[in-house]
Design a binder for this molecule. Structure first.
Ligand code: ADP
Ligand code: MG
Ligand code: MG
Length: 210
């Protein structure tokens, strides 16, 4: 299967629902090593995304993804808004001219999204950020696409790897973002942004039928 603009809008509703369902969990993770706003930041942002993609006439995947990026940048405060916003804008650029996203295009979009996050936030693997979830997700997505996987298979592989990547942040000492202010005391706690990245990918994969 492939993913049309309409499929993508449905997937974004699933992401908004997942983020809303996990608002308290994300906020609690961010309370421990941040400022307790990650759940609310993302809930507000993806609610605005759903309103936006429902009201505008967006007939290509690139148009939908671009609307997501600009909406997240304008409605989510803090570090994660510009990071996720840039991720979606770069993903939009990776699928221009396509009316449907297939497995390889989905992997390319994820790779572009990671490039955006890194360009914006300068985090490396091991810095205890969303990059620790997104980077292995991209590797798994590319491998799944190369093995002939469709969108659902590519996103499922990405979600699986992101879950493990998010878990891997627990022992790490944060070197980027607010959690880095805690130094060694940030170790022993899951990174909220890595967790939300895994949640978002899981919702996208489920919506694609994985
Ligand atoms: P804020 O820290 O401004 O309150 P959020 O709570 O919404 O913003 O998001 C925090 C998350 O953002 C962190 O858990 C981390 O995953 C991510 N993050 C912060 N700084 C960076 C960075 N430079 N690069 C990548 N991700 C980052
Ligand atoms: Mg925060
Ligand atoms: Mg904040």
């Amino acid at each position: 299967m492939t993913c049309t603009a309409e499929d993508l809008v449905r997937a974004l509703r699933a992401v908004a629902a997942a983020v809303a369902d996990h608002r308290a969990e994300l906020t609690e993770l961010d309370r421990v090593i941040g400022d307790a706003d990650h759940g609310e930041n993302l809930r507000r942002g993806f609610l605005a995304v759903v309103t936006k993609v429902d009201s505008a006439d967006l007939d290509t995947p690139t148009a939908v993804l671009k609307a997501v990026g600009t909406t997240l940048i304008s409605t989510v405060g803090g570090a994660s808004g510009p990071l996720y916003g840039t991720a979606f804008l770069r993903a939009a650029n990776a699928v221009t001219e396509k009316s449907e996203v297939d497995g390889p295009a989905a992997a390319e979009a994820l790779r572009a999204a990671l490039g955006g996050v890194v360009a914006r936030g300068r985090a490396e693997i091991g810095d205890k950020t969303m990059v620790d979830a997104l980077s292995p997700a991209v590797d798994a997505a590319v491998a799944a696409a190369e093995a002939g996987g469709d969108v659902a298979a590519v996103l499922a592989a990405a979600a699986e790897a992101a879950d493990r990547g998010a878990e891997s942040t627990t022992p790490l000492v944060a070197r980027k973002g607010r959690a880095s202010y805690l130094g060694e005391r940030s170790a022993g706690h899951l990174d909220p942004g890595a967790r939300s990245t895994a949640l978002i990918l899981r919702a996208l994969a489920s919506s694609a039928g994985a």
